[in-house]
Each structure stands twice: as structure tokens, then as C-alpha cells.
Ligand binder design. Structure first.
Ligand SMILES: C[S@@+](CC[C@H](N)C(=O)[O-])C[C@H]1O[C@@H](n2cnc3c(N)ncnc32)[C@H](O)[C@@H]1O
Length: 240
């Protein structure tokens, strides 16, 4: 009976609950040694324990009940690591003149952790910036709003949108786009065609399709690396 109810809820919501246990830590250890579970705990799991949020549990694609357009071109949900978001926030602020005039958009924001941490970093230094998260999955947008409310006391600016259909001027005119390997070059291509302004910066964490972005006419202006792809980020600006 309880199981029937759970299945019904999952079917209605479109995403199934993903199990997470100590076994996941064991698998991380087996795959990459002690450093990965250590990082995962402090850079992903701890955020949820501290804030009572729901961000760290990933969502493999087979747990999504209703595929969407370009489903084959997108990756699964998982959250960026705290240390990477904070490091890149400060690096971007130093690189960009008039940082607060830029609109920050997490393209494929999932459960909203990047926008929350970005907003917290802005608050710490008394800076105001327009901060948005967009995602194609409505269920994740609802979770992102609830997470934002828990940490910052309001729902934040999250919208259910397909990155290939975004109208940039609805959001601002200078942009910092954050991508944590959300989709492949097919979707990146369609999305970037919409951002024609030279005042656009791309932060690309776990930059699997970096060479495609370079082919599209963007130049890396900063790169950092680490033992895991989640610690690899490139910031791109448009070639002028
Ligand atoms: C790897 S997660 C990144 C989550 C978040 N940005 C972070 O760093 O914590 C990628 C997200 O991109 C979303 N996504 C995939 N294709 C998309 C599309 N065409 N438009 C908008 N979001 C998309 C997925 O639903 C998923 O939540």
C-alpha cells in the first residue's frame, strides 16, 4: 500500500527517488581512493546537513519518468562542489570590471546550490547582483526554490526553461553564465547562439565540451584544475 502510494507520487512528479547510502561512499572509495569520499562529504553532502537542504543527491537519467526535448543531449543532475563555486566566484569578481552589473545565470541549475552559494558570497561582501537559475525539469526547480527558501528566506529566481530557448534580454544585458557540464555541444551551440553580446562570460565547470566553445569563438581567460573533473573550471570570454 505504502509502496503503491510512493510509486503514484513518483509517477505524478516525473522523477523517482534516488537511493543514497554509505554504499555510495564505498563505491567512491573503490573508484578513486579516499580523496573522493572525503571531498564528496565536505564539498557536497555537508552543505545539506548544515542547511537541511536537498542538493547533493544526484539524479541519473533513468530516474526521470518523462523525457523532454533534447533529453539525449543532457547529462544527469549532480551538484557542483562548494569549494569550486566559492573559488570561481572570487576569481570571476577579480576578472570582471563592474561585476555587479552582470546577471548571473546557472544554466541547468538543478537543485539550486550554485545560485544559493553565489548569493551568499555576494552577501558576505555587500554586493548586489541579479542571480537566476534555469532548469528544464520542473521538479528540480521546485526543489531549488525550497532550498533557497531554507537558506536565504525566499524562493530566489528559478525558472523552468530550456536553455536552447532562453531569451537573454528577459534576464539582463551582461551575463555570467555558469555551466556544470549540463548538456552536450548540440545544446551548447543552440544556447550560445542566443548570447550574441560581447559582455558575456562563461564559467564552465567539468568542461567536457570546452573545445567546442573555443570553436564557437570564445577564448579561455582562466583555467584551474584538480584531482577530479569537478575541480576543473575554465572561464571563457568572447574573442574580440
Ligand atoms: C550537472 S547538473 C548541474 C546542476 C547545477 N548547475 C550545479 O552545478 O549544482 C545539470 C542540470 O542541467 C539540466 N539541463 C539539462 N538539459 C537542459 C536544458 N536543455 N535546459 C535547461 N536545463 C537543462 C539538468 O536537468 C540538470 O539539472
Amino acid at each position: 500500500m505504502a509502496n503503491d502510494l510512493k510509486m503514484e507520487n513518483e509517477q505524478r512528479s516525473g522523477i523517482k527517488r534516488v537511493p543514497f547510502s554509505i554504499l555510495n561512499y564505498w563505491r567512491m572509495y573503490k573508484a578513486r581512493g579516499a580523496r573522493l569520499p572525503f571531498y564528496y562529504f565536505f564539498q557536497a553532502h555537508a552543505f545539506d546537513l548544515i542547511h537541511k537542504t536537498d542538493t547533493h543527491k544526484w539524479l541519473p537519467k533513468e530516474y526521470i519518468a518523462h523525457p523532454f526535448e533534447n533529453f539525449d543531449n543532457c547529462g544527469m543532475y549532480m551538484a557542483s562542489w562548494d569549494c569550486e563555486i566559492k573559488t570561481i566566484f572570487h576569481r570571476t569578481k577579480d576578472l570582471v570590471k563592474n561585476f555587479s552589473e552582470y546577471t548571473f545565470i546557472d544554466m541547468g541549475c538543478g537543485k539550486g546550490k550554485v545560485t544559493i552559494l553565489w548569493a551568499l558570497e555576494c552577501l558576505k561582501i555587500g554586493l548586489k547582483q541579479k542571480i537566476y537559475g534555469i532548469d528544464i525539469l520542473p521538479e528540480l526547480i521546485e526543489i531549488a526554490k525550497a532550498n533557497h527558501a531554507k537558506v536565504l528566506g525566499n524562493d530566489g529566481n528559478f525558472f523552468c526553461e530550456d536553455a536552447t530557448k532562453i531569451v537573454p534580454h528577459d534576464y539582463g544585458d551582461k551575463f555570467i553564465l555558469y555551466l556544470y557540464n549540463p548538456f552536450d555541444d548540440f545544446v551548447i551551440d543552440k544556447m550560445l547562439d542566443r548570447f550574441s553580446s560581447d559582455d558575456t562570460l562563461i564559467i564552465y565547470n567539468n568542461p567536457v565540451h570546452a573545445s567546442f566553445i573555443i570553436k564557437k569563438g570564445w577564448t579561455p581567460i582562466f583555467e584551474k584544475n584538480g584531482f577530479h573533473p569537478n575541480l576543473h573550471t575554465i572561464i571563457f570570454a568572447r574573442k574580440s
